[in-house]
Design a protein around this ligand. Structure first.
Ligand code: ADP
Length: 508
């Protein structure tokens, strides 16, 4: 074919035969199905080869079949109702419907139909239809409608934000929780929904991370328009276009109010159990303490009786005659007071205060505390700490509780293993460096050790093999140590007896 000028091409296109030839060529090549139908019952007069790919029929098979026989039964009525519109009003329209393939399954087609009329009589000669597979689009539409329904009905707060950090959409849960029922979104900055710190977290960490990696997750506090605070776990997503530019952000916030309240309650409950357990430990120590207090009290009675006697013998006593017994009484009374103080400190319910603590001092005091108990059970507590150990992080009362539990258990275990034994049993305490930034405390005894059956249950709440045991000491000690970032475990010693060890972080 010789090359044509544009004008020549145009003239050629007006030529009917040439146009038909081009149309036929386009139809044969197109991935869309082009078909011609009779006006009455939409019987196929012609279908382009794409019919095989789209519906599974060959061109020869489909010609002669009425399209009405292949519509989905639910769509047929729709077609009958629309037919007049197609034919007479606009003459051209597009719609989406299900069509039965040769293998019996239905596929979604999107078709544009056009009526071709006889130029002389203006009667409808045939209908020309261009159809394409709409399954992907319909499925995607359905999926996004389904997703939209989920987003709308989820209890999580869903917020969409523009690149300038204004809010473009809120789901119902977000509208309700953040009290934004009647606000015009277009002029509404996201910052209105966050506390000052929440906003800072999002601006400094959240958005930069989402821009970089597409995703960020973190805890922060949101704020309703009427200033109610809502602690949330927030997931931030950056949504990109096909070209890779960020188009908008979505924020999905899970309300943590109830979880936080439950945690708070658990903490309080834990605090109460700790306290109760301290009272029990103190109860276990009570008879030894009674001994400990008895001694200074009787000493004071003796000093005062001595003064009384001297007065009876010599009413004109001078200060030098009574100075010694009086100063001794005072010192002894102060010592008794100290014992009572320590007891009160230990049993008092108080909020933990994390400080830097000298472990050997703390352990030494607890050994003093149990001295009478140890003596009564014929147990010697040996402790020779390295004076240069670094300080550790912890709450004093909590750590005293842990150490005391382990010492009392060790004394009881040693005593029950050798009742009435002449030589005293030894409970040995060591403090040694553990890994790079920790100290390890070991409490070793010469008891019977822990049986294989008891070992896995040792740290369970209420597990006790003692007649009057509460079985809370080890469970609480472990949770206290773990809260401080350490670990507490038990093992049997080869030579007999048990070793309880725990670790604590060295103060930075
Ligand atoms: P309790 O002392 O009230 O029984 P604990 O939680 O302190 O509660 O201890 C739980 C159990 O662990 C004890 O009853 C005992 O069977 C075992 N146990 C604790 N310390 C030792 C130890 N040093 N040697 C052997 N068994 C021990």
């Amino acid at each position: 074919m010789k090359n044509r000028t544009p004008e020549e091409g145009l003239t050629a296109l007006t030529d009917d035969a040439e146009r038909n030839r081009l149309l036929a060529e386009m139809a044969e090549q197109s991935t869309d199905m082009i078909s011609r139908h009779t006006p009455e019952d939409w019987r196929f007069i012609y279908a382009s080869p794409a019919v095989t790919h789209l519906l599974g029929y060959t061109v020869e098979e489909i010609v002669g079949i009425s399209a009405y026989d292949l519509y989905h039964p639910d769509d047929v009525e729709d077609f009958r109702l629309r037919a007049p519109t197609v034919n007479y009003d606009r003459g051209l329209y597009t719609h989406t419907y299900r069509f039965r393939c040769k293998d019996g399954h239905y596929t979604w087609l999107e078709s544009t139909s056009r009526t071709i009329r006889d130029p002389e009589s203006n009667d409808i000669r045939e209908i020309l239809v261009v159809s394409r597979d709409a399954t992907h689009r319909i499925m995607a539409d359905k999926a996004s409608r389904r997703l939209a329904r989920v987003l709308e009905s989820t209890q999580d707060l869903v917020i969409f934000a523009n690149l300038d950090f204004t809010v473009s959409h809120l789901n119902e849960a977000a509208r309700k929780a953040l009290e934004v029922e009647c606000v015009d979104y277009s002029s509404f900055p996201l910052s209105w929904l966050l506390t000052e710190r929440g906003l800072a977290t999002l601006m400094e960490d959240g958005f930069p991370a989402a821009k970089e990696t597409g995703y960020w997750r973190g805890e922060l506090t949101m704020q309703s328009l009427k200033a109610s605070r809502i602690p949330v776990m927030l997931e931030l997503l950056a949504h990109r276009s096909l070209h890779g530019d960020i188009e908008y952000f979505s924020l999905v916030a899970h309300d943590l109010t109830e979880k936080k309240a439950a945690e708070e309650q658990l903490k309080q409950y834990q605090g109460e159990i700790d306290h109760a357990s301290r009272l029990v430990t103190m109860g276990e120590l009570a008879s030894s303490l009674a001994h400990e207090l008895n001694q200074p009290l009787s000493a004071m009675v003796n000093y005062l009786r001595g003064i009384e006697r001297r007065f009876a013998d010599k009413p004109t006593l001078s200060w030098s005659d009574v100075e010694l017994p009086i100063t001794r009484s005072i010192r002894t009374a102060l010592r008794a007071g100290e014992i009572i103080h320590r007891m009160m400190d230990f049993t008092r319910k108080q909020e933990p205060v994390i400080t830097s603590l000298n472990l050997p001092d703390l352990i030494g005091e607890m050994i003093d505390f149990c001295e009478n108990m140890a003596e009564r059970h014929n147990v010697h507590v040996a402790f020779e700490p390295d004076p240069d150990l670094p300080a550790v992080r912890g709450d004093q009362v909590q750590l005293e509780q842990v150490v005391l539990n382990l010492i009392v258990n060790a004394i009881e275990a040693s005593a029950s293993a050798s009742p009435g034994h002449k030589d005293s049993a030894i409970v040995r305490i060591n403090v040694v460096p553990h890994e790079s930034r920790q100290l390890r405390v070991e409490v070793e005894d010469q008891g019977r050790g822990i049986s294989e059956v008891d070992m896995p249950r040792l740290f369970d709440r209420f597990f006790s093999t003692k007649e009057t045991g509460l079985g809370m000491g080890l469970a609480i000690s472990r949770s206290l140590v773990e809260n401080l970032g350490g670990e507490l475990w038990a093992e049997n010693l080869v030579a007999g007896g048990a070793r309880f060890s725990f670790t604590l972080n060295i103060t930075d």
